[in-house]
Design a protein around this ligand. Structure first.
Ligand SMILES: Cc1ncc(C[n+]2csc(CCOP(=O)(O)OP(=O)(O)O)c2C)c(N)n1
Ligand SMILES: [Mg+2]
Length: 326
């Protein structure tokens, strides 16, 4: 599937996924210091969904995300220093230290908002698409959400509305099979594939195994072409897997809500970063040494970002009334 992606772009995809992994591993490492005073939902294991989709977007396309937002923010080129500062609650954070990990935003790259209430990214993206249509703009509005959002009424209302109004929305369902500890089979009809919901609203759709980022790139490019040609929404389902606990830096395998065989399959055999690494190893004998350089570069950037955040000031109490709407 990587055939139509140049070597240079394969390396960019690797860089972007690996950078997210290393940033989140650093967050996990430092979390027990209790200086980050907000919950963190890590995307370790799920990096390919954010990276594969964002790789195909233009800067002017607008992205809306959920509680698991770090990967979406970074893949859309959100500023790293501002993200780490936000997680530390500092005034230099991307929203001034008022929101933390689940409320990231960087308007300079059109990463519009992350909202932790399940399904909330969906009406925002659809509303934005309606506004873009009225203003005769060509941008795509992207909504990332988890499989639990399928159980929220708002998803169905929005899909209906986007379909009848011919809105340029890319719905991206990251299906990691779990809503906290509960498997999809206990929450949704066993025999109904998630993708089927799209056809009920006359929306085109595709399901992709997210262990191969090149398939996500090809599928997203196809979806964007369809959206632009038909002025209509598209629904992508990306099958993925969260490696860590639902919320926090640890593993929670001892709770036994997930099968060991399922864990092993996704973590040992279906890691998208490892798969792309293997492709690059096969393609270039220089790759292993390039990878070492990339790793050094990313780790340096991460240290700088954490130092920046740690040295930054907490927001002033004098400003607490600002940005408050009642
Ligand atoms: C409307 C609503 N109900 C419940 C919650 C509590 N909650 C936060 S995350 C989560 C699970 C989300 O699962 P999913 O959408 O599949 O995303 P994932 O965490 O698997 O990435 C729940 C139930 C919430 N944030 N919003
Ligand atoms: Mg889920």
């Amino acid at each position: 599937m990587e055939k139509n992606i140049s070597m240079n772009n394969l390396k960019k995809l690797f860089f972007s996924m690996y950078r997210i992994r290393l940033v989140e591993e650093e967050i996990a490492k430092r979390y027990s210091e209790q200086e980050m005073r907000c919950p963190v939902h890590l995307s370790i294991g799920q990096e390919s969904t954010a990276v594969g989709v964002s790789y195909c977007l233009k800067k002017s396309d607008k992205v809306y995300s959920s509680h698991r937002s770090h990967a979406h923010y970074l893949a859309k080129n959100g500023n790293l220093k501002s993200m780490i500062s936000e997680i530390y609650g500092k005034s230099t954070g991307c929203i001034g230290g008022r929101g933390g990990s689940m409320h990231l935003s960087d308007l300079s790259v059109n990463f519009m908002a992350s909202i932790p209430i399940i399904g909330s990214s969906i009406p925002l993206a659809v509303g934005n698409a309606l506004s873009e249509k009225i203003k005769k703009k060509k941008n795509i509005s992207v909504s990332f959400f988890g499989d639990a959002a399928i159980e929220e009424g708002i998803l169905h209302e929005c899909m209906n509305f986007a379909s009848i109004k011919n809105l340029k929305v890319l719905f991206v369902c990251e299906n990691n099979q779990y809503s906290i500890f509960t498997h999809l089979n206990e929450r949704q009809p066993k025999k109904r594939n998630i993708e089927k919901i799209a056809s009920a609203h006359s929306i085109a759709s595709k399901t992709i195994d997210a262990s191969d980022v090149t398939q996500i790139v090809n599928g997203t490019q196809e979806a964007l072409k369809y959206i632009k040609k038909n002025s209509a929404p598209f629904f992508l389902v990306l099958d993925t897997y969260r490696w860590k606990e639902h919320c926090g830096p640890m593993n929670d395998d001892h709770l036994n809500y997930r099968d060991k065989s399922e864990n092993d399959k996704w973590i040992k055999k279906k890691c998208a970063i490892k798969s792309l690494d293997n492709i690059l190893i096969k393609k270039s004998k220089y790759w292993p040494s390039e990878k070492i350089k990339i790793e050094k570069q990313i780790k340096k950037e991460i240290i700088i970002a954490f130092n920046f955040a740690l040295k930054s000031k907490l927001p002033s109490s004098k400003d607490s009334w600002r940005h408050v709407y009642a």
